[in-house]
Design a protein around this ligand. Structure first.
Ligand code: ATP
Ligand code: MG
Length: 363
């Protein structure tokens, strides 16, 4: 029996539409071949350009499309010269994260032999870990609402039992799924600063409680400062890392750095009912409209979406297509023949996406 899934597509701003079109084309081609699932796509206008045109950055109708979808594919939103009247940035992706309670920010960090990276991999090693960043509270809780007076500024750090329990359950589930798929060893590391902040001791305590319930998996802890060092010194040792919002924000950029930049870094923001998949990079207005943007991070985000839908709905074909799409993209990057400018090549966005398509059907 074939399962059907609806995908809400936010093309967003800048290079967004340029990288979204070819990615959706690839997804359509993959789904067309499957007799165990189908995908339909619903366009959801939002973002800075949409705000400039209509006065709305995230229209109610787009929010409705997102809520009713099985998964959300989003490119990037925001433009430097379009802001709200109070001067704040237009970032509907953050509004979506809040409205849909997407508490787990998932940032896979992978470097295979041959892939560009500032690190030299020791023989036989590859980098393949996932950083999970709590995305609704922590040190970002008062984001934009901190108290500032003449001589003092204060922000609040909030860790709740409810969100932390959901976050840790998600982290251990992900470690189990990875282990079953032959990636990782079923190990979760809690990254915190429990030696200095009571809130993080609380966070760690809740982590240990979940760890105690998962006899099939192993766990340990690390302080965030030490983790920054280890992510550079021995990133091949990690499996699943789970951390607070701001620490995750910083470490995920470090992770993107290990992967040779933002052009190959996918991400997902996942909640209990909804999930958004998007590249880590922004809307890159400096190269928009030229047809030269790198589509790989967007395509890898789409692969994560297939994986997630497959796990959630117990559909093996979706999971294996997610893996196929990721492997095809990694093969194109690894061969170095068709790369966009940011990766040192001369290919256009369409040529890079076509290379992934060709690879998919030659595997
Ligand atoms: P945001 O605030 O939205 O995260 P940002 O200021 O971090 O945005 P990006 O939009 O991510 O900036 O762009 C940073 C640099 O990386 C720019 O020079 C941009 O051209 C480049 N860049 C980002 N994404 C891509 C891509 N997919 N392909 C090629 N270059 C990219
Ligand atoms: Mg940025």
């Amino acid at each position: 029996m074939s399962q059907n899934f609806s995908v809400a597509v936010f093309e967003g701003d800048g290079i967004g539409p340029e990288i979204t079109g070819p990615t959706v084309d690839i997804l359509k081609a993959i789904a067309a071949e499957s007799n165990s699932y189908g995908l339909t796509f619903a366009h959801a206008p939002a973002g800075a350009a949409h705000y400039a045109k209509t006065g709305e950055s995230l229209p109610e109708q787009s929010m409705k499309v997102a809520r009713e979808s099985d998964a959300i594919l989003l490119s990037a939103m925001g433009l430097p010269d379009v802001r709200y009247p109070d001067g704040t940035e237009i970032s509907p992706q953050i509004d979506l994260r809040k409205a849909l309670t997407l508490f787990a920010g998932v940032r896979p960090v992978t470097v295979k032999p041959g892939q560009p990276s500032p690190l030299t991999l020791p023989p036989g090693k590859q980098i393949d870990f996932v950083l999970i960043r709590e995305s609704t509270e922590g040190l970002f809780y008062t984001q934009g609402r901190g108290e500032v007076s003449e001589n003092e500024a204060r922000e609040t750090l909030l860790i709740t039992r409810d969100i932390s329990e959901k976050l840790f359950r998600f982290a251990f589930d992900l470690a189990a799924t990875r282990k079953a798929a032959g990636r990782g060893r079923g190990h979760v590391t809690c990254v915190d600063k429990a030696n200095v902040f009571r809130a993080f001791a609380f966070f760690r305590d809740l982590f240990d409680k979940e760890a105690g319930r998962r006899s099939d998996l192993t766990s340990d802890h690390a302080y965030v400062d030490a983790m920054a060092l280890w992510m550079v010194q021995r990133p091949w040792d990690f499996d699943v890392l789970v951390t607070e919002n701001m620490f995750g924000d910083i470490l995920s950029d470090l992770g993107a750095g290990l992967m040779g930049g933002l052009g190959l870094a996918p991400s997902a923001d996942i909640g209990l009912d909804h999930a958004v998949f998007q590249p880590c990079h922004g809307s890159a207005p400096d190269i928009a409209g030229q047809g030269v943007a790198n589509p790989f991070a967007m395509i890898l985000s789409a692969a994560m979406m297939l994986d997630w839908l497959g796990v959630k709905h117990d559909n093996l074909a979706l999971r294996s297509d997610g893996q196929r799409l990721r492997e095809a993209t990694e093969a194109v990057v690894g061969s170095g023949a068709v790369l966009t400018r940011d990766l040192g090549g001369r290919a256009t966005t369409q040529e890079a996406a076509d290379a992934v398509k060709a690879q998919l059907w030659s595997q």
